[in-house]
Design a protein around this ligand. Sequence first.
Ligand code: SF4
Ligand code: F3S
Length: 106
Amino acid sequence: TFVVTENCIKCKYTDCVEVCPVDCFYEGPNFLVIDPDECIDCALCEPECPANAIFSEDEVPDDQKEFLEINAELASKWDNITEKKDPLPDAEEWDGKPNKKPLLER
Ligand code: SF4
Ligand code: F3S
């Protein structure tokens, strides 16, 4: 599966959802996740993310590994998203900021 990691938080550009052939992205207030049971590992979403927040599960950086569990958990709670929308208002400002994990709204 592919995994959305920390740098999506407070950016949520949503370019990723447009290319997913199986529509397996789920949306929360300031973050998206991928449902690991639905993702077919096509890799199309990874280069689309302007924040470079998407990784193959084999390539998730060590300090981001907890997002494997976060994606699985929140995918079952949040609503499906299949069309691009505007990023969050301060996306550019938040892109690349460290330690955004405490800001994740569930
Ligand atoms: Fe969707 Fe493919 Fe990305 Fe998986 S790797 S979330 S199937 S676009
Ligand atoms: Fe998030 Fe990147 Fe998609 S910022 S919403 S994973 S395009």
